[in-house]
Design a protein around this ligand. Structure first.
Ligand code: HEM
Length: 485
């Protein structure tokens, strides 16, 4: 029939047959990244699917993804103009806006400000690390309190608060208690952010679904509401900063950005970009880090033999009289290997935020027109059997050389922060946080799971993969240490 023939003639890339109206939406399943990898076996690493009215190119495997994002970095650096993206950060998000001259300035400002507060010089590095150590010790105490009398608890929310506290202290100079009800409510709503913007979410590719009274409509409305609520929260904080701003003292990231945008001589970014930049940073830096910590703890309790090996190395390198610090990183190769293997194995950001092409591009002999939506399947890089031996086995020692040191060539092959022009700008901050939180938790406690609950790697899909709720108990190892000076 005619529409099938037209569809075939229009198709520039290989890919599965797409049904009218819905395209391939019904075939994505619960775990779209796994479906994308299966389709790659049939159609190759670069193929096309159709979701609603959008043709979408899906990139898979180490070679194709790196080639696209590095060799053709500008062409693949756009973002689609999805409606939901316009609700983020008051409609001025850097993370969700497409490639442009203004976006480049916006990204540069966010990146240099993050660096200035985490790694610019030895003083800021130390201040940031001390801050994370303080937060990690709060977490240890919270874990021990929740484990009193042999109780088991779900650590997910405590990780959310801990990660949010690190980023809020950087941005606003303020942290919150683990029991602060207002903060907990705000964070628990943010938890749902990734469901809407994750690749394969249908609200943007089939916007007509909103016209019907169905669950998609409420997902959409909730997304709008949670972004508004979060943006208003940040706007309040920024406005307090503006009211008490002094050019002589830069208290935190909010001040630093106000200084550049409101008072900088060369800034051409509009004033309301202050609020959006801070919202972007707090939003991007919170859910990702807490999800990473959640997975790490799940792997630690699932593999007690690995946990025991880590405790042994930590005791040998750090001893029992001080807390681990970032300087111990190079001596704690086993822990680094465990963290990299958790990132690789779980690939908890399975597909990046959707990209789009900024120009026509010919890639691997295939023509991809400007403004095509592109999904980048990071999971497929981390499970590419051409690159990894037994990719479906959890084996931290794959990252260790014979002499016990970390194999840096191999760790560089893990893809969780993406690559190219849209690569995550918080990767260094995230790595410091994840290392210190894990090292300090293990130095102070052993962790075990509830025997009443079978452990599973099952998870829910979104921008981040989240493990199903699980319960753990923390036992103090020796005496509780205070902060290092
Ligand atoms: C973007 C991963 C932590 C700030 C991204 C992207 C990924 C990612 C996959 C999308 C890249 C793309 O679309 O190709 C992660 C992971 C983290 C983490 C796995 C933790 C383990 C952080 C932190 C911050 C941050 C702590 C800030 C403090 C950002 C920003 C972007 C971004 C601003 C947008 C970049 C752009 O669109 O140009 N991140 N991230 N991230 N991340 Fe992260």
């Amino acid at each position: 029939c005619l529409w099938v023939r037209n569809l075939r003639l229009k198709r520039r890339l290989p890919g599965p047959f797409a049904w009218p109206v819905v395209g391939n939406a019904m075939q994505l399943g619960q775990m779209p990244h796994i479906t994308f990898s299966k389709l790659a076996k049939k159609y190759g690493n670069v193929y096309q699917i159709r979701l609603g009215s959008n043709d979408i190119v899906v990139l898979n495997g180490d070679a194709a993804i790196r080639q696209a994002l590095i060799q053709h970095s500008t062409e693949f650096a756009g973002r689609p103009n999805f409606l939901s993206f316009q609700f983020v950060s008051g409609g001025k998000s850097m993370v969700f806006s497409s490639y442009s001259k203004q976006w480049k300035m916006h990204r540069k400002l966010a990146h240099s400000t993050l660096r200035a507060f985490s790694s610019a010089n030895s003083q800021t590095k130390r201040a940031f690390e001390q801050h994370v150590v303080g937060e990690a010790m709060e977490l240890v105490q919270t874990f021990l309190r929740l484990s009193r009398d042999g109780r088991y608890f779900n650590p997910a929310h405590e990780f959310t608060v801990a990660a949010a506290n690190v980023i809020c202290a950087l941005c606003f100079g303020k942290r919150y208690g683990h029991d602060d009800p207002e903060f907990r409510t705000l964070l628990s709503r943010l938890d749902k952010f990734g469901e809407t913007v994750g690749a394969g979410s249908l609200v943007d590719v089939m916007p007509w679904l909103q016209r019907f009274p169905n669950p998609v409509r409420s997902i959409y409305q909730n997304f709008k509401d949670l972004n508004e609520e979060f943006f208003n929260y940040v706007r309040d904080k920024v406005s307090q900063h503006r009211n008490t701003f002094s050019p002589e003292v830069t208290r935190d990231i909010s001040d630093a950005i106000i200084n550049v945008i409101d008072h900088g001589k060369d800034s051409t970014l509009p004033k309301d970009f202050v609020e959006s930049t801070v919202t972007d940073i707090v939003g991007a830096g919170q859910d990702t880090v807490s999800t990473a910590l959640n997975w790490i703890v799940l792997m630690l309790v699932t593999y007690p033999q690995h946990q025991a090996k880590l405790l042994e190395q930590i005791d040998k390198v750090v001893g029992r009289d001080r807390l681990p610090s970032i300087e111990d990183r190079s001596s704690l190769a086993c822990l680094e290997a465990f963290i990299y293997e958790t990132m690789r194995y779980t690939s908890f950001v399975p597909v990046t935020i959707p990209h789009s092409t900024t120009a026509d591009v010919t890639f691997e002999g295939l023509h991809i027109p400007k403004d095509t939506v592109v999904f980048i399947n990071q999971w497929s890089v981390n499970h590419d059997s051409q690159k990894w031996k037994d990719p479906h086995v959890f084996n931290p020692s794959r990252f260790l050389c014979e002499d016990g040191s970390l194999d840096r060539d191999l760790t560089a092959g893990v893809m969780i922060f993406s690559t190219g022009k849209r690569r995550c700008i918080g990767d260094q901050i995230a790595k410091v946080e994840i290392f210190l939180f894990t090292a300090i938790l293990l130095h102070q406690c052993t962790l075990e799971h509830s025997p009443a609950q079978a452990l599973t790697m099952d998870c829910s899909y979104g921008l981040t993969l989240k493990p199903l709720p699980f319960s753990i108990m923390a036992r103090l190892r020796g005496k509780l240490l205070g902060l290092v000076s």
